[in-house]
Design a protein around this ligand. Structure first.
Ligand code: MN
Length: 232
């Protein structure tokens, strides 16, 4: 059927080392997901269930390897924060996916940033309002190319870091995640039917902070390369 407006463009993230792209459907993000200390063997009874929010799918866009992307400082904030995160891309979905089957859904992984208007997020928390103004700013989900599982496996350990103008701001290990990607996929699938094209931002370690125009952020995850952005 002809459309009455030009078809909106669906975000698609290039797959590393190919001419192919991964089309994005939905973007789920897990809230704080790193413990200060290594997770105890056999689970931790004190851990609370994870919580999730969503970013608009078109906030996700690629920052090609080896280049410095310009990242526009958004409107209506004076406290714009970086959050370095592992990002999982799903090629399969389902409802009530068991943890043991959850990783079968993952096509690949990338380095990503969950950029956040922290002042508006805090205001939303204080006023018990939704988070979209804080979390859904245009372009607030830059990611690197997708690295397929067939090449990189399922990264469960390795350094995740973010520097601003060469200064280390966030540095942790993927093994510090409280909820694994498998557990996140499984849990989200009890609330929503997951589908191919869904993307999960796996949470950020400690050390988040503000970034200003003119500063350069480099986010990196061992085995998944790095993304470089200059805030303008
Ligand atoms: Mn986040």
């Amino acid at each position: 059927m002809p459309t009455v407006i030009t078809e909106p463009q669906r975000p698609a993230i290039p797959v590393a080392g190919t001419n192919d792209a991964f089309p994005v459907r939905r973007v789920y993000c897990v809230g704080r997901n790193y413990a200060a200390h290594a997770r105890e063997m056999g689970g931790d009874p004190s851990r609370e269930p994870p919580f999730f929010f969503m970013k608009p799918a078109d906030t996700v866009h690629v920052v090609p390897e080896g280049m410095t992307a310009e990242h526009a400082y958004p409107s209506q904030t004076s406290d714009y924060h970086f959050e370095i995160e592992l990002v999982a891309f799903l090629a399969k979905g389902g409802k009530n996916i068991p943890v043991e089957k959850a990783l079968d859904c993952v096509y690949g992984y990338a380095v990503g940033l969950d950029m956040t208007r922290r002042d508006l997020q805090q205001q939303a928390k204080d006023l018990r309002r939704p988070w979209e103004l804080g979390k859904g700013a245009d372009h607030s989900g830059p990611v690197g190319p997708v690295h397929p599982v067939v090449k990189v496996g399922h990264p469960a350990k390795g350094t995740i870091s973010l520097t601003v103008d060469g200064q280390v701001k966030q540095k942790a290990d993927l093994s510090d995640m409280i909820w694994s990607v498998a557990e996140q996929v499984s849990y989200v699938s009890t609330f929503f039917e997951l589908k191919p094209g869904d993307v999960i931002f796996a949470g950020t370690p400690e050390g988040v902070g503000k970034v200003e125009r003119g500063q350069t952020m480099v986010g990196a995850i061992e085995g998944l390369g790095e993304i470089k952005l200059r805030v303008v």
